[in-house]
Design a protein around this ligand. Structure first.
Ligand SMILES: Cc1ncc(COP(=O)(O)O)c(C=O)c1O
Length: 436
């Protein structure tokens, strides 16, 4: 795997520093740090410009659930590109998107049988929130304008999604231009997940006529630092939302597609939401595409005159290339028993983190499916210990981008025993080298 002819690694870095504006990185840092220059990737491995291979410990921000360069995904992309690459969704359809919608309905929890396609996790969330809001506006409950979120919520960076978040590092500066939501205090301040959910239930009891919906990351909150809560709390939340007949929105952008052990984290709690957002694993990181799934009840709320239509759409809604890839992803999950692989590997991840918990200085550890996380200090998102482990891991051929002081792994879900052994050994050695 090579750089384009006539281009050196130094050329790439110089142009990156001169012209790229990367996410979440202050300008001096961007211009001063020597980045990993990737020229290709296969399975869980990234190949850098110096010919070194580095294990992708977070599956490229939780997305490449089937690793990199899966031959069937490459072939599906090629096949679809030969036939139809893009066409607008208004008044036009095509087989990839229609068949994908049917296949999604078959794997979705309960009766989530309608799919609205968009571009990424944030847009999938925007669609769910706007659909819930508009539903009540035109179906007899116009006072239902407010959303409830969990402590530590993260649902994306567009303004609507950012309004729902409670991680201040991400969104503090935008506070004056975000809409108001009902959010419980931070997890630590509230005194644990039971207390957080009690506050959510109290909000539902106090304002049943005002709540358009409750949005949650089911069971595992990624960006909050891999925070995990009990399935029982999610079940109780479903019961409480049903009791006042409002919507439960499950943001499965991170947790969906087998990450937590089932196809959807909601299934682990036996819960069927009214709206479900999926992205990331939805195309296994091949193309940016997402879906918001809805029940017939929600969809039926948009029948009638033209102005009752869901007022949302994107240029690439249902792009044929993305849809063909998303279909192939579902086929690979079936044919290659990806969920079974997660079930086989998850106990090894749990054991590895249990061992890490004995290392002095390592705080709380937790795992769920192929998510494993350890807190290495109390610096939270701004902490630097996680970044010292990042450096130590990179020296060992492992890319382990932390969330501040939370070091975690979210590897490809189809990794082999040997690949998992490499990952867990390198993780263990890196943590011990920093904490020891
Ligand atoms: C739970 C959740 N929702 C939404 C998003 C936003 O997705 P995207 O970055 O694709 O817009 C993320 C991203 O990490 C996420 O973890």
């Amino acid at each position: 795997m090579l750089l384009p002819p006539g281009t050196t690694r130094a050329d790439v870095v110089a142009r990156e520093r001169a012209h790229v504006w990367p996410p979440y990185t202050a300008s001096e840092r961007h211009e001063g740090v020597d980045p990993l220059v990737v020229v290709g990737a296969e399975g869980p491995w990234l190949h850098d410009a110096d010919g070194r291979r580095v294990f992708d410990g977070n599956a490229s921000w939780w997305t490449c659930t089937l690793g990199h360069g899966h031959p069937r995904l490459r072939a599906a992309l090629h096949r679809q590109a030969e036939q139809l690459m893009h066409v607008a969704a208004g008044g036009i359809t095509h087989a990839p998107v229609a068949l994908l919608a049917e296949e999604l309905a078959a794997v979705a929890p309960g009766d989530l049988s309608r799919a609205h396609f968009s571009d990424d996790g944030s847009t999938a969330v925007e669609v769910a929130v706007k659909a819930a809001f508009q539903y009540w506006q035109q179906n007899g409950r116009p006072r239902r304008t407010r959303f409830v979120t969990l402590s530590g919520a993260y649902h994306g960076d567009t303004l609507g999604a950012a309004s729902l978040a409670s991680i201040s590092e991400f969104h503090r500066v935008f506070a004056p231009i975000l809409f108001e939501v009902i959010r419980p205090p931070a997890l630590g301040e509230a005194g644990g997940w039971e207390r957080v959910f009690e506050q959510v239930f109290a909000a539902l009891d106090e304002r049943p006529d005002e709540i358009a919906g409750v949005i949650v990351e089911p069971l595992v909150q990624g960006a909050a630092g891999m925070q995990m809560y009990d399935a029982e709390l999610l079940r109780e939340l479903r019961a409480r939302t049903e009791a006042i007949d409002t919507f439960l929105i499950a943001d499965e952008v991170f947790t969906g597609y087998g990450r937590t052990g089932a196809m959807w984290a909601c299934e682990l709690a036996g819960v069927v939401p009214d709206l479900l957002c999926t992205a990331k694993g939805f195309t296994a990181g091949v193309l940016p595409m997402a879906a918001t799934l809805a029940t017939p009840r929600v969809y039926d709320g948009f029948r009638g005159a033209a102005d009752r239509a869901l007022m949302h759409g994107h240029t690439f809604c249902g792009n044929p290339l993305g849809a063909a890839i998303a279909r192939e992803v579902l086929a690979i999950y079936r044919d290659e028993a990806v969920l079974e692989n997660v079930a086989r590997m998850a106990p090894r991840v749990a054991e590895a983190f249990e061992r890490l918990s004995a290392v002095p200085g390592v705080g709380r550890v937790r795992t769920c499916g192929l998510v494993g996380a350890a807190d290495l200090g109390d610096g939270g998102y701004g902490g630097r210990t996680g970044w010292r482990v990042f450096e130590a891991a990179l020296e060992r051929g492992l890319f382990l981008r932390p969330l501040g002081d939370c070091v975690y792994i979210t590897p490809a879900l189809n990794l082999t025993d040997d690949e998992l052994t490499f990952l867990l050994d390198a993780l263990d050695a890196s943590v011990r080298s920093v904490m020891g």
